[in-house]
Design a protein. Structure first.
Length: 151
């Protein structure tokens, strides 16, 4: 059974103390990581250099980049590992975009007025076999406890 692609967003903070060419190269590597692992970038926004609220790795400034993309759920752990190994990346956060987040993003566009394309569909709630098995076990436990009460 094939797993459907889901929508994700990653916000990355790149070390702003490096040269502009190195920042551009880091952004290109992040895009390449996503695309080489089966992802399709739907939206990329560069927010530029910003002062950090608190020092991260002894740095006070960061270059912010936002990616919205579709990818298979199995690719996310690999991407997270590659992001951790990227030496110029100070911090990153990857979230799965739910229908509520997608609706909010469309009503409140990011800086620059860009929105995630309309044809993109958010991830559906997980309906995996583990949830189904847990529900079946709960039903079995309830029926067993009802039988115990009857005795």
């Amino acid at each position: 059974m094939s797993v459907a692609r889901r929508l994700y967003e990653t916000t990355a903070i790149i070390n702003a103390a490096i040269e502009d060419e190195d920042i551009r190269a880091t952004i290109d590597r992040l895009k390449e990581y996503i695309e080489s692992h089966g992802g399709e970038i739907l939206l990329m926004t560069e927010w530029g250099r910003r002062r950090l609220a608190y020092p991260i790795k002894k740095r006070n400034n960061g270059y912010y980049v936002y990616f919205a993309y579709e990818a298979h759920p199995t690719a996310i752990p690999l991407l997270e590992r590659l992001f951790l190994l990227e030496e110029n990346l100070l911090r990153h956060l990857t979230l799965q975009i739910t229908p509520q987040i997608l609706e909010y993003r469309r009503q409140h566009p990011l800086q620059g007025g860009q929105v995630i394309p309309v044809e993109s569909k958010p991830a559906e709630p997980l309906a995996d076999e583990f949830a189904e098995e847990a529900e079946e076990e709960e039903v079995e436990e309830e029926s067993e406890s009802e039988e115990d009460e009857e005795v």
